[in-house]
Design a protein around this ligand. Structure first.
Ligand code: ZN
Length: 92
């Protein structure tokens, strides 16, 4: 759920989490219950530097810049398949 910034005239800024389809233009301030307007800008889905954000960044990077390897890592075993049809596949 995206995070949106809201500003209360008296209390200042605070965050609110709302679904994309139902994000309100104003919410009640959690401190004084006055109407607080949503600040301009899109909702932030994730905070930078989190584990989830690092995972998304590395996943996006492998899609555009896949790591190329010349050989399997040392000590890696060949995958073994028990499917008899795989024995008919060409070997390199
Ligand atoms: Zn307030």
């Amino acid at each position: 759920m995206p995070r949106y910034d809201f500003r209360c005239r008296d209390c200042g800024d605070f965050d609110g989490f709302h679904p994309l389809a139902t994000v309100p233009d104003a919410v009640a301030c959690p401190t004084c219950a006055q109407p607080a307007r949503r600040r301009p800008g899109g909702g932030a889905l994730l905070h930078g530097g989190t584990t989830a954000m690092r995972l998304l960044d590395s996943t996006a990077r492998t899609a555009s810049e896949p790591a190329v390897v010349a050989a399997p890592p040392p000590g890696a075993r060949r995958p073994v398949s028990r499917n008899p049809l795989h024995r008919k596949l060409p070997r390199n």
